[in-house]
Design a binder for this molecule. Sequence first.
Ligand SMILES: Nc1nc2c(c(=O)[nH]1)N[C@H]1C(S)=C(S)[C@@H](COP(=O)(O)O)O[C@H]1N2
Ligand SMILES: [Mo]
Length: 506
Amino acid sequence: MTDELLDSRGGRLLVSAAAAVAGLAGSYALTGYTPAFVVSPVERALTRTMPGIVVSAAISTLGSLGQQLNLLLAVCLTGLLVGLAARAAILTGRAVNSRLLPAAGTAGLTWGVAVVLTGEVVLAAGPAVAAAAVVAVAQALDHFGGPVAPVSSKRRRALSTTGVALGAALVGYAAGERRSPRTTGDDAPSLPDGSADVADIQRKLAIAQDASLDLAGMDPLVSERFYEVDINSIDPDLSADDWSLSITGAVEEEITVDYDEILSMQAENRFETLRCVGEQLNGHKMDTALWTGVRVASLLDEAGVQSGCDCVMLRADDDYFEEFPIEALRRGTLAYGMNGKVLPRGHGYPVRALVPGHWGEINVKWLTEIEVLEREADGYWEQRGWHGTGPVTPVAKLHHESLLDDGRRRIGGHAYAGLRGVERVEVSTDGGETWSDATLSDPLPAVDGDGRAEDAWRQWEYTYDPPAGGHTVVVRMIDRDGVVQPEAEADPYPNGPSGWVSKRYA
Ligand SMILES: Nc1nc2c(c(=O)[nH]1)N[C@H]1C(S)=C(S)[C@@H](COP(=O)(O)O)O[C@H]1N2
Ligand SMILES: [Mo]
């Protein structure tokens, strides 16, 4: 009898762990990378309860790696729950001498765990069946593993059980990947007929392409890979049919609009740049798209704003929330299209807020509620010590460098200053002693097709003869009012990065 896998502590541990692996895979197979995946609620709970100082330290030292570690921790914790469920069922089954209980109990307990975590009664069958199957296989191997069977030794049975779990993990992963809704723009469907002026979009995208400077390895004026910052690793997966947006709080009349109503409003296509307050000074969390959306102001007027603080709180489906002056939101749009495509899931499908000139964080994705407030309140990031609801700081980045055939060096980058507008970029190749004008890309057009986009970046480039020996290149931008961007360097935390980008060449 002691020869049975499930008789030894180690054997039970192995089978419980294998059941946990299979359970997670079984869940993933049915849900893909969506909030219905059992790991998602655990990951969200971890994110929410993590002290602000830890989150901020993780962002500045680990970048997105911190988020991946958090996801890994959530995977382990969720696996632990399923493993404990299997172990409890196995032990109870052996105590009452039941052949049925280990597998059936694993199924029941795992199902319960999954339902409590996700609230998904049907999809919870995925982890339950997969975990129970592993326990059943281990039992069957013990039962039928006679002296002549190929699985006679305990070691072989342990290996077989592990093999079954790993096989389940592979199949579950592959199935889940196929099911995972795409998050980026590349394969997003085109905007539905009538919801956008397609000719206007095509024309503006063509203008942006023509205006882009040809700087290898650098995004053109419309970003090819738009950065993404989300508080959770697993994004909401909303359906436009079920989505609605409510304007609540200090208003004359609360109103709710659905997706079709938004699409039936007067739409506009506007270039707008987003930049994350948490990025490094010369980082890559700054990008531009042509967004299709409607003005928020008309909806605010319809509801009749009566705020005591002239402030609003935007809330989203991922429990994200940000507070800022209503004045800023009045200039904003509700976007449902990006570069002529339906707004991708990773950028807030079906509808996100765009607030010109401000840090990215108040451009709330998966927007569900605009609450007009009576009193000021802190947003998600402000609760964690950031001050990211105001206007962006100006920046001129240095992302491109190449050597020309004649020995000269070409450098370039993007410059952005929110609503201040980029008028000039200056380059120094002697560490800031003397300055020359860089060449700028033509400004992107405004909403009406003429003039300048009020809140979009420009590209700059500069070619020079590198002096013999070392030298330092410094870049700075000058806004529409002739104001030179501040030189003083500041870390991203808490007010956003600031200062002149410089680079030492040996
Ligand atoms: N609902 C929701 N909105 C959000 C966020 C989020 O995590 N959840 N991140 C914010 C931050 S910090 C930034 S910088 C921008 C990034 O937008 P993007 O991911 O489309 O680039 O979205 C903002 N809106
Ligand atoms: Mo951000």
